[in-house]
Design a protein around this ligand. Structure first.
Ligand code: SF4
Length: 349
């Protein structure tokens, strides 16, 4: 697969009255043509700041790109002037946000908003733009698109508004679509519909998707690769199967344990949560950012930042447990699964 975006050693800080918030620290990853890459982590992990950096949507100041490169087809986004960025936003990289109500213009019909996005980036006549906008509404499965074209965002349900946002983001056929928590404000059935819609559209128009979410459950059927972020750093990355079934990082194990699963029965019926709070990014720890919340933390964890250990083909984990001399610890989710399987087998004998 062809690489279309390369993020290299990205460092983003916010200068505030209270000091410097080191929101993104030494983040590197690639995006390939036609793939869906999920960036997962809890609030404050740096995932949204990383995503917004890709189209320079973090307000500067207070945001400051301290180091690194974001290469789109070899050109560094961080060197671009605002005018150049305006051309890239929408035409090469589209973005959809969590809450479509605050992203859509409440005073303009949805049809006009789609037309406006198209006419801003491409020289098309009004009549042609209307035709394309109607086609987009059809493509995102808005029922009765001719009628809904002239309606306002408040006349649409939450799920329908998110479909309109997808139509606006995709109308110029961007090579990359960044979806920042696109389903968080929606109920579960609508969530699934929106994710399916994005998947179908991706197959049709071959856009690469970067899906930002705090919920690993959301990405299970949508993403081919997953990056797990914590404390402004990438703590684990790999294919969806590697992250779900062969994870080598205790933070990922915590995230996996907090996803409701049909294959693991818990006696008390409760989901696990990760105790404690994320690290203070005004003064990030010198060692592993997860050390204060990690039940496996060792002396070295607090002293030295773990490197990205290669734990499989294109699978990396920044955890000292992967060092050859570290104690052998297994993902508790996998242990629970094994025990349950053994129990079922014993009962059947
Ligand atoms: Fe836990 Fe240490 Fe691994 Fe960090 S490096 S996740 S503290 S075991």
């Amino acid at each position: 697969m062809k690489k279309i975006l390369e993020v290299k050693n990205l460092e983003v800080s916010f200068d505030t009255y209270a000091g410097e918030v080191q929101a993104v620290r030494d983040v590197s990853f690639d995006l390939y043509e036609g793939e869906t890459l999920a960036i997962v982590g809890e609030s404050g992990s740096g995932k949204s700041v990383t995503a917004k950096s890709l189209i320079r949507l973090n307000p500067e100041p207070p945001a400051r790109y301290k180091a690194g490169e974001i290469l789109l087809h070899g050109e560094n986004i961080l060197d671009k002037k605002e005018k150049e960025m305006q051309k890239i936003r929408g035409s090469k990289i589209g973005m959809i946000f969590q809450d479509p109500m605050t992203s859509l213009n409440p005073t303009m019909t949805v049809g006009k908003q789609i037309m406006e996005a198209l006419m801003k980036h491409q020289k098309v006549a009004k009549s042609e733009a209307r035709k394309v906008a109607l086609e987009m509404l059809r493509m995102v499965q808005i029922p009765n698109p001719e009628k809904r074209f002239d309606e306002y965002p408040h006349q649409f349900s939450g799920g329908m508004r998110q479909r309109v946002m997808i139509a606006i983001a995709l109308v110029c056929n961007p090579q990359i679509l960044i979806a920042d928590e696109p389903t968080t404000a929606l109920d579960v059935t609508i969530q699934a519909q929106i994710l399916d819609l994005m998947k179908n559209l991706q197959e049709k128009i071959k856009t690469s998707i970067i899906l930002i979410t705090h919920d690993l459950g959301v990405v299970a059927h949508s993403a081919q690769r997953i990056i797990v972020m914590y404390g402004g750093k990438i703590v684990e990355s790999g294919t969806t199967d590697q992250i779900f079934y062969k994870s080598r990082h205790p933070y990922t194990w915590g995230l996996l344990n907090s996803v409701p699963r049909l294959d693991i029965h818990k006696e008390d019926g409760r989901l696990d949560s990760i105790e404690g709070t994320p690290p203070d990014l005004f003064a990030p720890p010198q060692g592993c950012p997860f050390a204060d919340r990690c039940e496996y933390a060792m002396e070295i964890c607090r002293k030295k930042m773990p490197p990205q250990f290669e734990t499989g083909e294109n699978h990396h984990s920044a955890c000292w447990l992967n060092h050859e001399f570290a104690p052998k610890v297994e993902n508790p989710t996998q242990i629970a699964k094994k025990l349950q399987k053994e129990e079922v087998q014993m009962r059947e004998q």
